[in-house]
Design a protein around this ligand. Structure first.
Ligand SMILES: [Zn+2]
Length: 314
């Protein structure tokens, strides 16, 4: 029996557990150019073999298996961000051969601005070098500093100057803020040309009003969303704030499904699909069933699923 080269390749790929073409899941169907995941990570083996590594090739195989066409790949450089640094240089190198699907971000710990990058020009030049090497965004920004710390503000200014959208993690350990997110509001007002993308437990807890400081760090707040949440208020006041639905984002939409459905529709131009895959042991990605679960219509799926990210990241 003759087996064509193509059939053999298909069978080999199937055996390896990798779909040859993206099997588009329900979340992806109405997005014309496929899902864009704005929050993926490469991983190395330093934390243990069961958790990594995740090379660029493995990331692409995972994306194929989940119907993700494109992704932003985020370094993690602050000591609070991860078990070990995933450097910008590593992300740029690993993604270099796959730029048709993997868009690298860059990251700099803001405390470096107090030591090795004292002048604004130093920071801008470094970011420009990262841009020249392919970086299309800044993040995952996750330092143990107030979100409007002077070092953070200097970093935001440099990102604004070079035009790199900034994806930040906010909770009680990173980019720390008060209930109502007044520090974030100061940053948004100070740098109106800089696109901020919110992520993390504290950010997503803030869909709800009536929060205490401790609520900015609870894992997954449950129950109905209380009116007066900071996210809606900030989105009303500042056109430069977006939300990344990865990780706690999907939970924030489903804890109160009626609110979540309405929020996704109302903020369809400000929300970005993402998962935050960073560890081989992760299995549960509620983002992939979110649109079905909340009965979101095709045009909104198209925007959140990819069109918004493509517009912001070019
Ligand atoms: Zn992440």
């Amino acid at each position: 029996m003759g087996v064509t080269r193509r059939e053999f390749a298909r069978a080999s790929v199937a055996l390896a557990g990798i779909a040859l073409t993206p099997k588009l899941l329900s979340a992806a169907e109405p997005t014309t150019d496929g899902l864009f995941d704005v929050h993926l990570h490469l991983a190395q083996a330093w934390y243990g073999p069961e958790h990594g590594p995740i090379s660029a090739r493995q990331l692409l195989a995972w994306m194929d298996a989940h119907g993700v066409a494109h992704a932003a790949v985020l370094p993690l450089v602050s000591p609070e961000a991860f078990w070990y640094p995933v450097t910008t240089e590593y992300v740029l190198e690993e993604t270099a051969a796959h730029r048709d699907r993997l868009s690298p971000f860059c990251a700099v710990d803001p405390r470096t601005l107090a030591t090795h990058l004292p002048e604004k020009k130093d920071v801008v030049d470094l970011l420009k070098r990262y841009q020249d090497a392919g970086a299309v965004g800044f993040g995952e920004h996750k330092p143990n500093l107030p979100i409007d710390d002077p070092l953070n503000m200097r970093l935001y200014e440099a990102c604004s100057d070079v035009g790199l959208p900034l994806l930040f993690h906010l909770d009680n350990l990173a980019n720390i803020d008060e209930p109502g997110l007044p520090g974030l509001a100061r940053a948004l007002a100070a740098f109106p040309q800089l696109t901020f993308i919110g992520h993390g437990k504290g950010w997503w807890a803030s869909v709800s009003g009536g929060l205490t400081k401790a609520d900015l760090h609870v894992g997954y707040p449950r129950g109905p969303v209380i009116p007066g949440g900071a996210i809606d208020e900030l989105m009303d006041r500042y056109p430069n704030i977006y939300g990344d639905l990865s990780s706690s984002g999907a939970h924030a939409m489903t804890r109160d499904p009626a609110f979540g459905r309405e929020f996704l529709q109302r903020r369809a131009d400000r929300l970005l699909f993402g998962t935050d895959y960073y560890d081989l042991t992760q299995r549960d990605f509620p983002q992939f069933s979110l649109f079905e679960e909340l009965k979101i219509d095709a045009e909104i799926r198209r925007k959140i699923g990819g069109a918004n990210a493509r517009r912001l990241l070019g």
